[in-house]
Write a protein that binds this ligand. Structure first.
Ligand code: MN
Length: 732
């Protein structure tokens, strides 16, 4: 492949005719004609008709002896991007395979690469491979890039540098890893010319100066080897190994060496017919000259991951200088030059079958080759990723800054966010894909540019995120968030809430939160420990009030009972200590004096009440409240006497009154009722209380009062107590 040669369509058809069928060659011609028509009236930066570019690309692919579809793809690779022709019309005019190849190249063209650190370059390469899906798309892209590098001089310097950088970081390594060293060297040397012209031309100069000297030296070596080979009856091609500027440049930079110190400046390559001959030639070389220790490499027994096979040795040459020798078969040499492309051709016996099945077989074969390859870590890693990316499911997407992030296919923006940083993941509230808002379960596609929207005020991950995320990394971090960060927060929050609630119930947390009590309550609510219970309160899965009520229920009951018993005891003592009342009803009976008057016990009338009286056998006059049911009987009505209260009494006679107070059953209610009565300086002669299932409390008290005015005051006072619903004067 000489750089300066411009291939014509006839050159290509002739070359293709050497290894493809007539039918295939016609197919290729058709692709050329299609492309020529599509690109008519278009010109390159150089001023040449545009079609020259796709023709050169197809030409490079023909030199690699690629199949007809790939060469057609080479002709058509810029048609969709640069003209009105659609993928569909290519599929119609040719076939699905060609359309797929063109589509792949078009998509790769959209990836923008900014020079970054090595890891980013590697990710870009992987993205290329993943997006290509078919290795032939990469081969077309490499041919495309090669011709663009050859014509780089027509672009402005800034573009030259950018494209050269991209070539060194993405395309040359891809060519190397696919074993296509001819393309690799040319890409590297050309890139160097634009990136470091000073060094490039210096090396060119030095090589020129040394050339005569070197060439005569190599000739001397080759003569001697040829002699020996003839004696051994081994058929071989000998050549001085071509020098690659970039590899010399890299060695000088890396090993900090002068131009003269680079060994393989002096190198011979020997091509033979069989592996047996390879080792025979090695023996001859090592007999003629002394091998340098540690420089022998057997890449025949242990091929490089990119399929390269050869014997390498360095000996002390005739003039005492190190001399590198490479020995390999012609087939190995083809693979060394054309890599995966050569394998393609050899495997198919130089005749490529178009059907889908044979393509699948090729992929299987490719995978097998990858499987048994094992070399340096880096190479191994690449092959591993190549395998994964080509044959399984990864997706490569961009950060807004142009970094490539690798994720399993099916990943969503949240996977991306967590891959960037846990905190970004936790605070994600939305995502823009290629500048447009998309839902968080949007499935990422190769080449998407993702901008994660975050908020400081985000509540953190939601449980749904566990379902939509794809990567275990994201899932683990979400779970961690729930389990750890938020949990600790919630435990603290929950405990504080429970403590406060306990204090509101007039208890001290330390009295309430005994181990025994906690255990009883968290088991009751089906938690496995107190922390789980507090955490649940923290995230409001259960209220602090409910937990606290449960925690204090025992203490509360015993305290209330105690309080009530104490109060009743006190009242009893008080009543006992009082002097018995003088028997004086304070009621006058109209027209009758000195009648025995008894205030009935059933309704306890007091001055101010409307009263009625009737005579009972042997017990004098019985006085009832006018509304007392016992005064409504027929018998009573027949014996009514008119009765009334005595006016202006000064002895402050006291009367019993029964009251029933109903209210919400809470701690301290009884006390407050009794206290309210006491405040009115009223004596209490009886207290009783009960409560029902609906948390209703019923308190019965008997008090001693002077009159209904006095009673009203007391009733009003009791009604003011919080949680008291009714105060009723009761009948016995
Ligand atoms: Mn192109």
């Amino acid at each position: 492949m000489a750089k300066s040669d411009i291939m014509t369509i006839d050159d290509i058809l002739e070359k293709a005719g050497q290894y493809l069928t007539e039918e295939d060659t016609a197919f290729i011609r058709q692709a050329f004609e299609f492309a020529e028509q599509a690109h008519a009236d278009q010109f390159r930066k150089s001023g040449e008709p545009y079609i020259i570019h796709p023709v050169q690309v197809a030409g490079i692919l023909t030199e690699l002896e690629m199949d007809a579809e790939t060469i057609a793809g080479g002709f058509l690779h810029d048609v969709v991007e640069d003209t009105d022709v659609s993928i569909e019309s290519i599929e119609e005019a040719f076939n699905h395979e060609v359309a797929m190849l063109v589509d792949g190249v078009t998509k790769l063209g959209k990836i923008k690469y900014k020079s970054k650190e090595a890891i980013q370059a590697e990710n870009h390469r992987k993205m290329f491979v993943a997006m290509a899906k078919d290795i032939r798309v990469i081969l077309i892209k490499l041919a495309d890039r090669l011709h663009n590098m050859r014509t780089l001089k027509h672009l402005p310097p800034e573009k030259q540098r950018r494209i050269s950088n991209e070539t060194l970081e993405i395309f040359a390594p891809l060519a190397h890893r696919l074993g296509i060293s001819t393309i690799k060297w040319e890409l590297e040397d050309t890139a160097l010319r634009y990136l470091n012209p000073q060094q490039y031309y210096r090396i060119v100069q030095l090589m020129k100066q040394k050339r005569d000297q070197r060439e005569s030296y190599i000739e001397e070596v080759m003569n001697e080897v040829s002699q020996q080979l003839k004696e051994m009856n081994i058929d071989a091609d000998l050549s001085g190994r071509p020098k690659h500027l970039y590899s010399i440049y890299r060695k000088m930079m890396k090993q900090n060496k002068q131009f003269n110190e680079i060994y393989d400046l002096l190198a011979v390559r020997i091509l033979v017919n069989s592996i047996k001959d390879c080792y025979a030639v090695l023996g001859i070389i090592h007999t003629c000259w002394k091998p340098m220790p540690g420089r022998f490499k057997d890449y025949i027994a242990m091929p490089k991951p990119n399929l390269y096979q050869s014997l390498h040795t360095t000996v002390i040459g005739p003039k005492g200088d190190p001399l590198e020798v490479q020995i390999r078969t012609k087939e190995m040499h083809d693979i060394a030059e054309y890599g995966i492309a050569a394998h393609w051709a050899y495997k198919e016996g130089k005749r490529v079958n178009n059907d889908k099945k044979s393509f699948e077989e090729k992929l299987t074969w490719f995978r097998e080759i990858l499987d048994w390859q094992n070399d340096t870590h880096d190479a191994e890693e690449f092959m591993e990723s190549l395998k994964v990316d080509l044959f399984s499911d990864m997706v490569y997407v961009f950060t807004p800054k142009g970094d490539v992030i690798e994720l399993p296919s099916g990943s969503v923006p949240l996977d991306f966010a967590y891959k960037i940083h846990t905190e970004i993941g936790n605070k994600t509230i939305g995502a823009k894909i290629n500048g447009k808002m998309e839902p968080l379960d949007y499935q990422l596609k190769n080449g998407d540019i993702i901008e994660v929207m975050t908020s400081k005020h985000s509540y953190g991950p939601s449980q749904d995120w566990l379902k939509i995320t794809q990567t275990s990394q994201a899932k683990n971090k979400i779970k961690q968030f729930f389990k750890k960060q938020r949990r600790e927060e919630n435990i603290i929050k929950g405990k504080e809430a429970v403590d406060k609630e306990i204090r509101d119930l007039s208890f001290e947390p330390k009295d309430v939160l005994t181990q025994e009590n906690l255990e009883r309550v968290y088991e009751k609510f089906n938690f496995s420990n107190e922390e789980d219970m507090y955490a649940a309160v923290g995230y409001q899965g259960i209220t602090a009030a409910l937990i606290s009520t449960r925690l204090t229920d025992k203490l509360r009951k015993s305290k209330e009972k105690q309080d009530l018993e104490q109060t009743i005891e006190e009242v009893k003592t008080e009543v006992k200590n009082k002097k018995p009342q003088k028997r004086d009803s304070g009621v006058k009976v109209e027209g009758v004096d000195n009648l025995l008057v008894r205030l009935s016990k059933c309704c306890n009338p007091v001055p101010g009440d409307r009263i009625v009286g009737y005579i009972t056998k042997g017990r004098g006059v019985s006085v009832h409240r006018a509304d007392c049911p016992n005064a409504q009987t027929e018998e009573a009505k027949q014996r009514f006497l008119h009765v009334d209260w005595e006016d202006n009494r000064t002895d402050q006679k006291q009367y019993h009154v029964d009251l029933e107070i109903s209210g919400y059953d809470r701690r301290g209610l009884v006390n407050e009722v009794l206290q309210a009565v006491n405040e009115t300086k009223t004596n209490i002669t009886y207290v009783n209380g009960r409560s029902d299932r609906n948390k209703m409390a019923f308190i019965q008290i008997t008090i001693l009062i002077h009159n209904t005015g006095h009673l009203r005051k007391i009733v009003e006072r009791i009604k003011q107590i919080t949680d008291v619903y009714t105060v009723t004067r009761t009948l016995q």
